[in-house]
Each structure stands twice: as C-alpha cells, then as structure tokens.
Design a protein around this ligand. Structure first.
Ligand code: GLU
Length: 288
C-alpha cells in the first residue's frame, strides 16, 4: 500500500482564522492517524491580493498549533509555466477558447438567475464562437484574454475517456466511510481555466498541484464541495490521478454566518495574543 498524502492549501490573502485552523487540523490529524504524509501548499496565484506577510503568519500560526509539514513548501506563484502548459494542452484538444470580453460586457449579457454554485453569473457564451480570423486579429492587437472551458465539448471528451461511465468523486465521511458522488461540472458553465490577469486559475492550479504533489486525500471545507465537480472533470481531461475527498462542515461565526478573513475576532494571531492555547483553538474549532 502506498503512503497516503494529505495537504492544507491556504491562500495568503489574509490572516488565518478558526475556519482555517479547522481545515488544517482536520487534514493534519487525518494524516497522522493514517500514518500519512502532510504537505503545506501556498496558493498565491492572486498576485495582487497575496502578501508575503500573510505567508509568514500562516507558518507561525500552523507551527503554534503543533502542525508540521514537509519541506520544501510549494508556492503556486513559482509554477505559472506549468499551469499554462496544462491549459495549452487542453486548448490543443479544442477544449478551451479565448474570451476577450470585459467583465462589464459579460455582466450586460448574462441571463438573470443563471448562476454557478458560487453565485456568480454563468458565462453567456459571448466569445464562444469567434471566427479564427477575429481571434487572430484581437491577439495581434495585444488584447488580453482568458481561456474558458467549452463545457459541452469537455463533457463529451470526459465521457469518452471514462468509456461512458459517469463522472464521480469519492467523498469520505469524518470516519472515513466512502460515498460515491455524481459530479455535475456543467453547473459551472464555461468556467475560466486560465485567467486574464494571471496565467492560472484556482481550479486548474489545484488539480495540477494535487497531482504534482501526489496528494491522495484532499481535505477542505464544504464551501469547495461543488468545485470538486470541475476538479474531477479537469483531472479526467488531463489524465491526472483521482484523490479521495473529505469536505468538512464549515464553522459559523457567532452571528451564524460563514467565517471570513475579515472576521477579526476569530483570527488565530489575535486569539493567541489574547492568551488562547492550541487546545483552546481545537475546542473552539469543534475538534475533539
Ligand atoms: N486555497 C483555497 C482556499 O484557501 C483552498 C484550496 C483547496 O483546499 O482546494 O480557500
């Protein structure tokens, strides 16, 4: 049997809070219990929002919690070339197309009520059928573009790759019981695979890196449950191995809303400064 590999993959665009502690400790504890490896990955593709001081804070907070990870830590901003390569490969299969449209143009064309699982408008297909000559002219003019997935073609290709079997993922419950879940990536529409502003996207980078790092168990919050559908599609299209998933319940703030980075009173550094111990954090995060 191969050693299982777990990971925690925060984005350094704010200080860690109790919700992150829950994710990191859940993944770390599962790794320990399984005799597995544990990795930290810094998801810093968003170069305008990510800051070095937050990376330093992540390392401090996790170390304080008693979490240990293997070195070196993978930072996604060091690997843009590989995300571009993966996107180019998909593009060569005819599964991606360039979209030059500005956000305002897209918003003006969306159908009301057609939203993806994150609540963002479904792309209305504006530049889906641009003529090759038009594409070439716009590219020659130096117009920037995103690469979007042609969902219809991508689903057909995945169907073919899977020999007609349905696209699924394995969700492990907290006690490790597996459940096969049907994936429905079509609810994301023609999602962006390579952004206009940075040569990556969360969805592409996460699948490329989970495979690069040999991650066998993806542990993260329920807020990313629907994203797994798209991740499974990309894994099948790129011929990447399939990890098992565990999406843990989210912590709600005292007002019942999901915790966010701005939830100052749950920031780990503040709690530590206020005298909380790692055991207190475990209790507050609902981990026994
Ligand atoms: N970087 C993502 C976040 O901080 C998590 C990615 C993942 O666990 O797949 O929300």
């Amino acid at each position: 049997m191969t050693t299982p590999v777990y990971r925690f993959a925060p984005s350094p665009n704010g200080p860690l809070h109790l919700g992150h502690a829950l994710s990191a400790l859940t993944a770390f504890d599962l790794a320990q219990r399984a005799g597995g490896r544990f990795l930290l990955r810094i998801e810093d593709i968003d170069v305008t929002r990510c800051r070095e001081e937050f990376v330093t804070g992540i390392v401090e907070d996790l170390s304080w919690l008693g979490i240990a990870w293997e070195e070196p830590v993978l930072c996604q901003s060091q690997h843009f070339a590989t995300y571009v390569q993966a996107a180019q490969w998909l593009e060569a299969q005819g599964l991606l197309y360039p979209c030059f449209a500005a956000r305002s143009e897209i918003e003006a064309a969306v159908s009301p009520g057609a939203v993806d699982p994150d609540g963002a408008s479904i792309y209305p297909g504006l530049h889906k059928n641009l003529a090759p000559a038009q594409i070439e002219t716009r590219m020659q003019n130096g117009e920037r573009f995103a690469l979007r997935i042609d969902m219809e073609k991508a689903l057909a290709k995945a169907h073919e790759r899977l020999g007609g079997a349905p696209l699924t993922f394995t969700e492990l419950s907290a006690d490790g019981t597996p459940q096969l879940i049907a994936a429905h990536p079509e609810r994301w529409g023609d999602a962006v695979i390579l952004r206009k502003d940075v040569p990556a996207s969360y969805h592409l980078a996460v699948v490329v890196d989970d495979a690069r790092q040999g991650v066998t168990h993806v542990t993260r919050g329920r807020d990313l449950y629907a994203a797994t559908d798209l991740h499974r599609l990309l894994q099948v299209l790129l011929g990447l191995p399939e990890p098992a998933y565990h999406h843990h319940p989210l912590l709600a703030g005292s007002d019942g809303r999901k915790l966010s980075k701005s939830a100052g009173d749950t920031g780990l550094a503040e709690l530590r400064a206020g005298g909380a111990t790692p055991t207190d954090i475990r209790r507050m995060a609902g981990i026994g």
